[in-house]
Design a protein around this ligand. Sequence first.
Ligand code: UD1
Ligand code: CA
Length: 478
Amino acid sequence: MSTSRLETVVVLAAGEGTRMKSSTPKVLHPIAGRSLLGHVLNAVDALSPSHVRIVVGAGRESVEAHIKEIAPTAHTVFQERRGGTGHATQLALAGMEIAGTILILAGDTPMLTSESLSQLLEVHHAGDFTASVMTAEHPDPTGYGRIVRADDGSLLRIVEERDADDMEKAIYEINSGVYAFDAQKLMGAIGKLSTDNSQGELYLTDVIEILRNEGGSIAAVLIEDFIETLGINDRVQLAECAALLRDRINEDFMRAGITIVDPTTTWIDATASIENDVTIYPGSAILGTTTIASGASIGPRTTLDSCTVLEGASVIESLCIEATIGKKAVVGPYSYLRKDASLGTGSKVGAFVEMKNATLGDGSKVPHLSYVGDATIGQETNIGAATIFVNYDGVDKHHTTVGDHVRVGSDSMLVAPVTIGDGAYTAAGSVITEDVPAGAMGVARGKQRNVLGWVMRKRAGTKSADAASRHNADEKKG
Ligand code: UD1
Ligand code: CA
């Protein structure tokens, strides 16, 4: 049977996450480019449920604002005080139209895949079960609820670590906290929970035994990879899961034909997309909505955040944020491309160049030590070393336009607003405050004057004066 009967998904995300020791609610902590909650909702999204309900509590305002952004159609339900997973579920179900299958999971399990959720739903629907619990064999089950099976292997009940006896603690099969329920049956049983446990909370896990006693059929669906069930409670687990996600993402890309020279130092967000035959060198991070086209080469030690990199481009030892890097363009080493830097085909931005809100035409070059802000540069133009686009008058930003085949001399200041026409030149060291017409040479600097013999007179006895004297004497001898 298909998953088409999945009506509702409930995500429990009201917990405080005390062990994170953070002013940020636990489910908003990011790894691999998404919040923990974002990873869970992303996995859920692939199942196309009719309704998503998220129980929020701690940090309600920021969690709700985040949900509005990433899952605007989801409903939030407020749990004012922590009453346990059973209590949170009661609140989520209140006033709900009851039909079909309901999937319940926690907001702090970012490793879950939609494949495993689908697998759970398939078993649940195929066997027409009342409830199905996703379980895993965990090498260190400490802290998790344990799966207690009857002699015939069927699921008897779930016992929490704190309420477990020694025999039960020795069980390695754990409750993942992911469940599929027949919504109507769950509705009937959820009110029967009691707080008769070590924490005095309503445990959602107890509903399993209640349903079984009422004659319901229960499935325990053991998934292969326990890593998917890892939940995050502190920053150590946050880092562990981040590394595991990194490995998973890198592996997927390598299998899709991307060369990752050193996967342990390459961090790619789940939201990035990369075509085959891209090579990524060590120490690089590919973040946000970055897309990289075939044949590009990234790194070493390069960060791309929400950039577009076209075919065959190469970026070396650089930081680029919301920039577009054209076909076969070359960036770096040590360059900083900021928002709306846009590089044309075959263009070059060399060492120690900062660029923002600027378009560099096809085949144009800014090879060394320059700042290019608020500018349009034409094709096949060369910007000499240490040129500054002086875009800011202290109050407002102004635009500079540079034409095609221009040669801007080294150490020019182009004081915006200003236009350098097609084929024009500027003399090195010029402070250009007025437009330079096409084909003209703009010169704007003091004329040089040499004060002959100054060093011998004013710095007599220094090594400079001696060297100059020797040179002059040699010249006289011929
Ligand atoms: C829960 C399960 C345990 C399972 C484990 C898997 C129960 C009683 N135990 O334990 O069997 O092995 O998950 O990770 O369900 N929450 C609320 N409101 C509350 C309490 C919790 O929204 O009043 C949310 C939390 O934010 C969290 C989720 O429910 O996302 C699970 O709660 P948590 O306290 O982490 O339960 P565990 O002790 O991990
Ligand atoms: Ca947990």
